[in-house]
Design a protein around this ligand. Sequence first.
Ligand SMILES: Cc1ncc(COP(=O)(O)O)c(C=O)c1O
Length: 451
Amino acid sequence: MKTIIEPFRIKVVEPIRMTTRAERERILAEAGYNLFLIRAEDVLIDLLTDSGTGAMSSLQWSGMMRGDESYAGARSWYVLRDKIAELTGFTGILPTHQGRASERILFELVGGRGKVVPNNNHFDTTRANIEHTGAEAVDLVIEEGKHPTTRHPFKGNLDLAKLEALIQRVGPQRIPLVMVTVTNNSGGGQPVSLENLRGVRAICDRYRLPFFLDACRFAENAWFIKQREPGQKDRSVREIVREMFDLVDGATISAKKDGLVNIGGLLLLRDPELIRRADELLILTEGFITYGGLAGRDLEAMAQGFDEVVQEDYLQYRIRSIEYLGEKLLAAGIQIVEPPGGHAIYIDARHFCPHIPPHQFPGQALVVGLYRHAGIRAVEIGSVMFGQRGQAPSMELVRLAIPRRVYTQSHVDYVVEAIIELYQQRDKLRPLEIEWEPPSLRHFTARFREL
Ligand SMILES: Cc1ncc(COP(=O)(O)O)c(C=O)c1O
């Protein structure tokens, strides 16, 4: 069969409500044209993020009922621990409430002034946690990963030559670990090949450096490896996942993505001394080592989620539905980051609204226009998000992140239709100026005015 279906049927539904255009005009004005400041209830299709917005399965919900809420040694913890050990081979497993908590613990232990942490592209919380310790976060994605129209099967790869040059320039003693983000969220959700991960491992071995994954979307990355990397198509996703984890000394994971849960995270470590010190920090700020800031029921849902995410019919539907959205937009002449990534489509806002210069926020204009036109919420990743320190980002993007197992093909078709209609009247999209902004992370709370 050519048709790839959603590999689930729907047992519980959550109504969504269309607003009128007049209502949306009022909502936008009240929110200062910042979509973070509107109520989710006023959104028809919410593509703000794929993080923590997925739908859980009947088995996850029944797991919630089995959750053991004991403070120490809860059965649910052992269920999760054994599942993660089986999937990744790690035995040093720390539960956290979400990805950034794992990052904070890790970088509090290994970061600090004078340290340098390379990555393909640091996600913003990873960068912030590294910089918070006084260390420097350096992005070393391959050149192809920086250009929206350049096609490459693994645009998330880390540039090995640049990594080696960095190590030689600053000295290995200043690099506490090398990180690679799979898939590369800040670089368009693009995957990293096994060959590249093996290459990073070899360099780390040469300089005796630990190698860590930011593994939020490890299963989506493994699916791309299976599809695109020579010699991988006959291996199971589980086998590929295992090899990815076997190559590294640790990982930070936000389970809100490929853990298929609404809250949760993990820190995986091999070094016994690091585990001991991380356990201390975990107890200090997250919770005891067998629950780490989560309820027993959350641990159960996570254990089941990590099982379901490596099911190949799920991954086929997941990646295909995003590719489908990307193909439809490209066919209508709308430039996106190519090829489509694993969890989102990124529209090139400079191409979409060439009449709006970066300092008048083309990405934000598109986000506002999309909500005004069709009640869809997307997010700007461009001059609003990154331009606060006076630097123009290399791309002006609008991200359409797809929550897992939430929307069906007709929702995606509606999104496609809305974006194409908007593209046909793109000259009406209005430039914006900032009315008020906070000192940092302005995209969350800034208020804009339409010009
Ligand atoms: C690549 C990456 N790393 C880390 C994080 C942080 O995870 P959390 O939001 O659970 O703190 C995210 C979240 O979007 C992410 O995409």
